[in-house]
Each structure stands twice: as C-alpha cells, then as structure tokens.
Design a protein around this ligand. Sequence first.
Ligand SMILES: [Zn+2]
Ligand SMILES: [Zn+2]
Length: 136
Amino acid sequence: MADFKLTGGCQCGAVRYTITEPAVDTHHCHCGICRKLHGAIFVTLSTFPRSGFKFDQGASNLGTFNSSEKLHRHFCKTCGCQLTIDVDSAPDKIVVATGTIDNGADPGHPRQTLRHAYVNSKVPWYEIGDKLPQQP
Ligand SMILES: [Zn+2]
Ligand SMILES: [Zn+2]
C-alpha cells in the first residue's frame, strides 16, 4: 500500500491531515448523536489504522467532545467541523468523518463494509434508496 495517500482537513483549513493506509470500514451512521453533531441526517464515517494517520497541522486547534465515556469526538475550534473520533475500545484505529477527505477521494475501504448503521434512529421522512445492508 505504498502508494496510498489521502489528504483532508476541516472547512476553514486550520486542521489538516494525511492518511497513508486505506480504510478498513466505511458506513453511513444514522444515530441521533452524529445527526446533531454534524448537522446532517446521516453521516459517513471511515475507520483507518491509526498507524497511517497523522495531523499535519492544527492538532492544537482541535476541541474534544466526549459523546460517551469511551467515545471522544474532535472538531476544529475555529470552524466547528467534526473531524475524527477516538474510540477507547479500538486504540489502534481512528474514525474519520469521510466528508473531510479532500475532493471526495475514495477512502479505500473493502466494498462489502459499506452499509447503513443505526437505521432505527433514522429520520422517518428519509427513505434509504440504495441496496446497501442496513443495521438496526
Ligand atoms: Zn476549521
Ligand atoms: Zn453515529
């Protein structure tokens, strides 16, 4: 995977990161916490090996919100962009808000991981129109 490289960052550009290993998972999260924090009816999240992720700038400009005891969400203090999530149970991984990857680049996840999660929390007026697996 020597050639794999993604760059990304927040909306205002204060926080920038580089990723050099492909994602192990990408899914659409319909949970109520992501909905409020991202201001979107569902949020796409990609999980990467932490060994391939680094902040190039702005790490000190990150705020942290612990949406649960074991889930630490990091956002840009300047523009409010939700960027990454640290999960205590998986310290060797980092969850990245997929939409913060530059130019909509492909996170490189195995295709079969793509799914809808927490669909029981989905907004009732939005009907999922694709054939991806749905987890309750
Ligand atoms: Zn920002
Ligand atoms: Zn969620």
